[in-house]
Design a protein around this ligand. Sequence first.
Ligand code: C5P
Length: 402
Amino acid sequence: MKIALGVTGGVAAYKAAELVRRLQQEKLDVQAVMTRAAQEFITPLTFAALTGQKVITEIFSAENAAPANVESAIEHIAVAQRIDLLLVAPATADSLAKFAQGLAGDFLSTLYLATKAPVVVAPAMNVNMWEHAATQENLATLRARGVHVVAPDEGYLACGMVGAGRLASTDAIVLKVRDVLGLRHDLDGQTVLITAGPTCEDIDPVRFLTNRSSGKMGYALAEAAQRRGARVILVSGPTDLKIPEGADWVPVRTTEQMHQAVRERAAEANIVVMAAAVSDYRPAATHEQKMKRDDGGLTLTLEPTPDILAELGREKGQRVVVGFAAETNNVAENARGKLARKSADMIVANDVTQEGAGFDTDTNIVTMYLPDAPEISLPKMNKFDVANRIFDQALSIRKNSK
Ligand code: C5P
């Protein structure tokens, strides 16, 4: 795989040299791109020697400007199409602002606009610049567009101040790159059972009770688990989503069907994640014919459905069991209650009233609740990243219980 490493003009630019080596250890082919300011801190020669490739420093270099050399004059487009990922480390406040604004005055910002590959930025700057509303707003814009941000560490900064702004560790940056490229294999040999989507409980042949679940969280979990090497059994209520290639896809409609499918398949799984929005009640009786309108009101009698997660929790053995909790109020209290009641190893709770969280969005804002441990609150991130954080946690539960 090929990645472009954009180096911008900050003191931490020298750390990008070490980064090249680490990326190469991941079998990644690195093309370095430097801004003019970056070259004040470290020379292109360093990167040329490390990558064995010409370093791109200018949008209109002398050779590019030659009319005969049209090919290299549109090099940014060629590079943009060739790469599997664009990593910018260190990313200065200036480069983040350019990306957020869509300015394209140099090679790197042009590459950012021209590429369809995922983008990872690792900012590094003075703490006040980092905390400035302008920088934070630019970052929010970039995050909303799907740019992955490796947040800076806190500590002593080159300017003499102490605070957030140090380039994240090489390990953290490489981990993020591997994550985004799906290069982790820590679920090799494991089977993960995931429930996803809504359930439908029929009232009569044309009407049913359901909920607003799109299945996106469950399908993101399936994709993340597969990319990390797991065999995935995806028990899914009705959704419009593409069936993940290679997954063992088990379509169901009702809670009872989901219940049966999970019962049949749970023994194969090492990790179970119940992301489905299961109906808690179903009509006590399903009418065989379409119900007719009457002058009076209508009362539907509902009965509880089997609690699949609670049943699984009771018989979980060595299995790690993760549940979800979609809440509209008292999130923490309800999630902790479910953790205990369902004997789960983790409850992933989200407040579905928040913008960017819950049903039918591509992002989620979740908190992970674990028994006898403080909760872990994650910022708004896309569901694929949330899925990876859930598996990180599930793996550490497995390790600790061994
Ligand atoms: O109690 P509540 O429905 O809010 O719990 C949510 C969690 O329990 C989710 O993980 C959901 O998939 C699971 N669940 C279940 N069977 C039910 C109801 C919920 O497995 N009947």
